[in-house]
Design a protein around this ligand. Structure first.
Ligand SMILES: Cc1cc2nc3c(=O)[nH]c(=O)nc-3n(C[C@H](O)[C@H](O)[C@H](O)COP(=O)(O)O)c2cc1C
Length: 235
């Protein structure tokens, strides 16, 4: 008995022969000859080659596996993968960002898709017994007694360089900082002109490139540093 792993190859061979005979009756058989003939050649090549055991053991059918493996990530992404896995952003988080950017409905009616009973599920609840708090804007003074003390909000914009975003993104973030009364960290790319347009407070991040405070040779330039650091909007 022929092992079942050869059946597809054997059927291809058989259908090639049948298509060859059928050519005398109908020209459509030419298609069969081309398709099954090609698969038979492929199977023969699989049987004869010695590099891949899978192809040698499963002539023709091994290619289905390779094909499926190649499109596996897409299949998983579109059909199988849960909407809540994947790092750094799940599909669900990404789609909510797209929806908000397009100003289309971003609410999902009929409850959450998350498992709210897992240990790590977090949420915010309103309190049934609200307490009195002294400060409602949660600000912290940093650099007290120094040259430029600053009353910082606890919510700010974390470092994202101009180079990693865009002019409009920097403008928008800095405008938000101005409206919300919080600071905008420049990121390693330092202060670009777009950071200055909307007047939001800046935290000037000096990365390894010393952008904004380097001389022509790329060394730290104390004068440029002082000039930028004295700007009342950069902290
Ligand atoms: C696009 C992008 C650019 C970033 N650029 C910087 C950077 O220049 N300097 C830096 O210290 N951190 C940079 N970060 C890190 C962020 O400041 C922040 O620490 C990080 O995103 C983690 O915070 P999150 O969990 O709120 O995103 C960048 C992050 C992103 C997403």
């Amino acid at each position: 008995m022929l092992p079942s792993r050869y059946w597809v190859f054997a059927i291809c061979l058989l259908l090639t022969v049948v298509s060859g005979f059928a050519l005398g009756w109908t020209p459509v058989a030419a298609w069969g000859l081309v398709i099954f003939g090609s698969l038979s050649l492929l199977g023969t090549w699989d049987l004869l080659q010695r590099k891949q055991a899978l192809r040698r053991n499963f002539p023709v059918t091994a290619h289905f596996r390779y094909g499926l493996e190649a499109i596996g990530p897409e299949i998983r992404q579109y059909f199988i993968e849960s909407d809540t896995v994947e790092l750094p952003f799940s599909r669900q988080q990404r789609s909510i960002i797209y929806q908000r950017a397009k100003d289309v409905l971003d609410k999902r009616p009929f409850g959450t898709q998350r498992d709210v009973y897992t240990d790590k599920y977090e949420w915010m609840n309103h309190s049934l017994r609200p307490s009195q708090i002294d400060s409602h804007d949660f600000r912290i003074t940093v650099g007290e007694g120094r040259a430029q003390p600053y009353s910082a909000s606890v919510f700010n914009i974390s470092a994202m360089s101009f180079g990693s975003l865009s002019a409009n993104a920097i403008r928008a973030l800095n405008h938000g900082a101005k409206l919300g009364g919080f600071y905008h960290d420049t990121g390693e790319g330092s202060i670009s002109r777009y950071h200055r347009e909307n007047g939001g407070d800046l935290v000037w991040e000096i990365g390894s490139g010393y952008f904004g405070c380097r001389d022509d040779a790329g060394r730290f330039d104390a004068d440029k540093f002082t000039a930028n650091a004295r700007d009342p909007r950069s902290r």
